[in-house]
Structure formats: C-alpha cells, structure tokens
Write a protein of this length. Structure first.
Length: 512
C-alpha cells in the first residue's frame, strides 16, 4: 500500500465517519418530530486484491441510508387504530345519549311521572277541588313536554351527525359530510406525495422524508376508515379503503360522496369517478366496524342489532303511546254493554256529565302517539272540569245521560288514574318501570362501549410502543453510534496525520 493510498483510505474513513455523525445528529434533532423514522448509515467494504507484490485496497464507502420501518407493524397499527376510532366515536355519541337520558332525582320523565301520579292521588282525595284538577292536568302536560324534550334533543343530535331527510341542507352541515371531506383531502394528499416519491426515485434520490409524511397521512386516514396498501416498484403505493381500490399509485380512482338516504339511514356514502359516475354504491357497507365514519353511520342508523339513537327514540315512542292510550282509556271509558261510562264535572262543577274529551292528543293530527307528537288536549287544559274523575251508570236508552248526575264526589275515575301507577301498561312493566328500564339499558350499552374502548386503547398502546421501538429514535442507541463514529473519525484522522508526516519526510529527503 502506497503512502498516497494510505492518505486516501484515511480520508475515506473520515468522510464515512462524518456521514455517520451527520445521520446521528439528524436523528437526535428529529426525535420529537411526528412520524420521523430513524435512519442508519449503511457501510460497504471496498475491493481488496494483491497484484505484483502490491496490496490494493479501496477502503470503505457509504452504500446507502436505511430508513427503519416495519410494514407489518404499520398495517397492524392502522387496523387497530381504525377499531379504536370506531369505539371512541361510538362512546362520544353514547355518552351524549346517556347524558340526555340521565335523570337526576325529581327531573325528566321520571320526575314528571311521579308528579303526575301524586296529583292523581290528590285528585282522588277531593275530585271537586279546582286547584287539584288544574294541578293534575298541568302535571299531565308536563309528562308530554318531557317526552317532547327528550326526543327533540335526540333527533337534533342525530341531525348534526347525519342530517335530516326533511331538511336536505342539513346533510351538508352534518358531521358525516365534514368527515368525508376530510377523508377525500387525505386521499388527495397521499396521491400528491405518491407522485413526489416517484419523481424522487426516478432521479435516484432517497425520499425518506416523503415516506414519513405518507405514513403520517395513512395513520390519520385510518382514524376514519379501514385502510390497506400495496407497494409498487416506483416507491408509490396503491391504496384501498376496505376492499375498494381508491388510489392506483398517484391516480385517484374515486371520490367519496355523501348522499341523502331514508328515514332509517339518513346518510349514505357512495364513491364516484372523475366524471361523477358511480364507482361504488353503498360504500358504507365496506367499512364494517372500523373507523369514525362507520361509528357515526351506525349510531345514527336503525340497525336493530346495534345501539342507536333511533332505537332509544323508538323505546320512548312506545312508552309515550302506551301511557297516552292508557290515560285516554280511563278518561273515555265506556262499558261494553253501554251502561257505564266515565264522567266529568259540568262547566259549573255542580253535576256530572259524560266525559267526551281525551286527556292527550297528537300534535300532528295522526292516529298514533309518539314521544314527539304527544301533547295535552287544550280543551281539558283550559277547562279542568272535563277530567273524568267519576265512573257511573248511564241510561241505556240515553247513553249520554248519567243516572246519578249529582254524585260529584264519585272518585272511581280518579282512582283509576291513581291505580294506573302500579299497572303494567307496556311489556309487563309499569310506566315508571319502563322509563327506568330505558335509562338502565342506555347505561348498560354505554358501559359496554366504554369497556371495549378501554380494552382497545390499551391494546393499541402496546402496539404503538412496539411500533415506535422500530422507527422511533432511541437516545441510548444514538449515543452508542455517536461514540462509535467519533472514535472512528479520530482514528482515521490520526492515520491521515501519520501518513502526511511520512509523506513530508519522504519529500524532504528527496529535496535534500
């Protein structure tokens, strides 16, 4: 090995060590940069051969820069991240429903029913008392108002999630539309980065920063929808949402579009191509139980096997209908043979007359009661004497004429209102037991979702730790590399100095 060759080898060693120190410095400076993947210098041994008694060595060279990433862990993370996002969104929505249905002591439907039955007890004690009559009808009105308030709150929340088919403009302002817009923006950004990567690779570059940027975008996209990727020789990826191919390298095959659905499922998602033609109809079926979009559509839908806003409203509708019908049956009671009927006070309160006005009516004029349309009959509200506190005999030949009109103290009707508290009116349950059951079921479903969310959160935390151990910067590792390259640089510099000194001596001898 000649002196010049030795100087060249030492210089190569310093250059390679300098490259290693640069990479270590870059790793440390980016240790807190989101998505940054640690890098390592790849070294390759030069050629070694002997010829004519001479040894020829080409030293060491940097063969490349390795970016540390585990594609399997990336896929695993995104799959689990989609599941966690699904449960987190379900929990957010379930918590709202629980808060809406949660009734503190003496409030909400539970409190209104308690006040109603207390008023019925007072009315039974003194059916001619105008104060008790007014209080009874006011408490009945409050029950209806509480049903209305509950369902209005739930429907309005559902509207913010997926819009309302009766208000087409609401779809554009809904959460599902905003989230779909975000998904489309992320897909556009991934396509753009794909194209930049391909250009860099074609020019012989190592687009590590672009790869990291794309990984971050894919992580974010996995919060909304389940994603899968395919690598290509150009460094680009093909992107799938569910099993639907949405990106062919940097070519976008379709755009997600929210369209109006029906009453049960107000919003649907389709994929359209650049011409606006359908590429995939009912795309939401591809989402399964992964991602924020799936959770929003599920809880705002009408799947009987799922916990939904519509399902809770349906339970309230059933209770409201059963309660209104039971009260009205007492108010407008007629015996099968036509000899007995419910009776109320005359306008002057001095005699009994046949009760012909229901307590509850529907606000929309429909035949069926619901939690939304149950309301008090203003005829009875404005004239509480029309409350049927009595049940008496009527003339078979004149069914509208009481046989004992002077029995204003008759409490048979008021007693029925009062006893209804302990009677099963829906599914073998009393009205108070039913509302308690509805609230309890909401709490149970919310707790199930909470448990699933916590389990998935802990699972993803472990996966995140394993994943980051692969691409994350470890200061202990960087310190080891720093010392290694520093010592290597110092050794190469020392060899360089020795060779330089030898060369100077030889030069001086030649000149003397």
């Amino acid at each position: 090995m000649s002196i010049l060759q030795g100087i060249n080898l030492a210089q190569q060693g310093m250059t390679v060590s300098q490259a290693g120190l640069t990479i270590v410095s870059n790793n440390v400076s980016n240790m807190n940069t989101p998505g940054y993947s640690k890098q390592r210098v790849d070294l390759a041994q030069g050629h070694f051969y002997a010829e004519g008694g001479r040894i020829n060595i080409s030293g060491v060279e940097v063969s490349g820069i390795t970016r540390y990433r585990d594609s399997f862990m990336d896929k695993y993370y995104r799959d689990e991240n989609s599941v966690l996002s699904y449960y987190q969104e379900m929990l957010n929505n379930a918590t709202f429903i629980q808060d809406c249905m949660n009734e503190l002591s003496g409030t909400g439907i539970t409190g209104a029913l308690d006040e109603y039955y207390t008023a019925a007890q007072n009315l039974m004690n003194d059916p001619t008392n105008s104060v008790y009559r007014a209080d009874f009808i006011q408490k009945a009105a409050k029950v209806a108002q509480e049903f209305n308030t509950k369902v209005d709150s739930l429907e309005e929340y559902r509207k913010t999630l997926v819009g309302d088919i009766d208000d087409p403009a609401s779809l554009e302002k809904s959460q599902i539309s905003n989230d779909v817009n975000t998904v489309n923006q992320l897909i556009d950004q991934i396509a753009e980065v794909n194209e930049q990567i391909a250009q860099s690779v074609n020019m012989g570059g190592d687009p590590h920063a672009l790869y990291d940027q794309r990984e971050l975008l894919l992580d974010e996209l996995s919060q909304y929808v389940p994603v899968k990727t395919e690598d290509t020789p150009s460094g680009e990826i093909n992107l799938y949402i569910g099993d639907v191919k949405i990106l062919n390298r940097h070519e976008k095959l379709g755009t997600l579009e929210v369209v109006m659905g029906d009453e049960n499922n107000p919003a649907k998602i389709n994929i359209v191509n650049e011409e606006g033609e359908p590429y995939k109809i009912d795309f939401e079926k591809e989402l399964g139980s992964k991602g924020k979009l799936a959770a929003t559509l599920e809880i705002a839908g009408n799947d009987s096997d799922s916990f939904t806003i519509k399902g809770v409203i349906g339970e309230l509708d059933s209770l409201a209908a059963a309660f209104a019908q039971s009260v009205n049956e007492i108010q407008q009671y007629r015996s099968a043979d036509g000899t007995e009927a419910s009776m109320c006070l005359s306008d002057d309160g001095k005699s009994l007359v046949l009760a012909d006005e229901p307590i509850f009516v529907t606000s929309d004029g429909s035949a069926d009661f619901s939690a939304k349309n149950i309301t008090i009959n203003t005829e009875v509200l404005n004239n509480p004497n029309k409350i049927a506190t009595a049940v008496g005999d009527v003339d078979p030949n004149n069914p509208t004429q009481p046989l004992n009109p002077d029995a204003v103290g008759n409490v048979a009707g008021a007693e029925k209102f009062c006893n209804m508290r302990n009677e099963a009116i829906i599914g073998g349950l009393t009205s108070e037991d039913k509302i308690t059951s509805i609230i309890s079921n909401v709490g149970i479903e919310t707790q199930k979702i909470t448990n699933n969310e916590e389990t998935q959160y802990n699972s993803l935390a472990l996966i995140t730790t394993q994943r980051e151990s692969t691409f994350g910067v470890n200061l202990d590792e960087e310190l080891v590399d720093l010392m290694k390259y520093q010592r290597s640089y110092e050794a190469s510099a020392r060899v360089f100095n020795v060779m330089d000194e030898i060369l100077q001596i030889i030069t001086n001898l030649a000149n003397s």
